[in-house]
Design a protein around this ligand. Sequence first.
Ligand SMILES: [Zn+2]
Ligand SMILES: [Zn+2]
Length: 277
Amino acid sequence: MTEFIVLFLLFYTWHALGVTIGYHRLLSHRSFSCPKFIEYFFVLGGYLAFEGSPIWWTAIHRAHHKHSDTALDPHSPRFGLKQAHMGWLTAAGYPEHICPETQTKDLLKDPIYKFLEQGGSWKRAHSLVFLIGLTVRAVIWLCFGWVPALASLLAGFAVLQIPLMLNVICHIPKLGYKTYASKDDSVNVWWVAILAMGEGWHNNHHASPGSAKTGMRWWELDVSWLIIKSLSKVGLCRNLNVTSHARMMKQMPQAALVLDSMPKHRKAHRSKAMVRS
Ligand SMILES: [Zn+2]
Ligand SMILES: [Zn+2]
C-alpha cells in the first residue's frame, strides 16, 4: 500500500506539473522558454493525464482568455455548470471563432503536436489520447507490475479533473476572492491552488496571463512557479516573464483591490494592511 501511495503521489506531481507548466504556462502563454527536452518532459506528463491534443488544449485556453465569461468562452459557468465542466467537451469540433491554424501557429510547426491534433478532429484526437494513455499503462504493467501501472492510471485520471474543475470553481465569484479587478468572474481559490500546483490563483492569472508566476501574495503558494524558478537557476528555463503584486498595482492602476468580493476574514486583514500602509 505504501508503494502504491508513493507512486501515486509521484505520478500525480508529474502529470499535474505537465498540465500547469507544460500545457498552460509554456505552450498556451509562452511565459518562459526552455530546451525541447524539458518542454516534452512536461507536455508528456500532461498528455498522459488524458489532457488531449496540446494544440487543441492551447486553442481552447487562448479562446477562454480572449472571451472570458462571455458567450464565446468555451467553458464559462455563467452558461451552466454541467456545460462548463464537461458538456463543452462533447462538441464535434471547434466552434467558428476558434481556429487553431491562426491561433496556435506556433505549435503547428511541431510535427508531434500536429500529429496528436489529428487534423482538427476532436473525436480522433480524444480517442488517440486514451489509446496512447492506456497503452503506456499496459506497458508499465508488463514491465513493472500492476502497482505502478494502476498508480499511474489513477493519478492520470485524478489530474484530468484539475483543469475541468478549475474552469468551473475558479469562475464562480462566491467561491473565492478577487485581488485584481479583472473584467471576468475569475477568483483565487486556495484549495484549488494546492491541488493544481498553484493554478488556483486564477484571478491573479487572468489579471496577468503572461506571467510565469501566479501566486502574488506571501500566502499564495505556487508550486509550479517554484519549479520554473528552480529550473531557471540551473539554466533549464530562460526568458521568464514574471510580474509581482507591487508591479501590477503600479502598472495597472485599474487593478484596484476588490475588497467586496473577498471573504470577510481576509477583507478585515486587507483593510488593516491598507490602513497601515
Ligand atoms: Zn479562467
Ligand atoms: Zn491561462
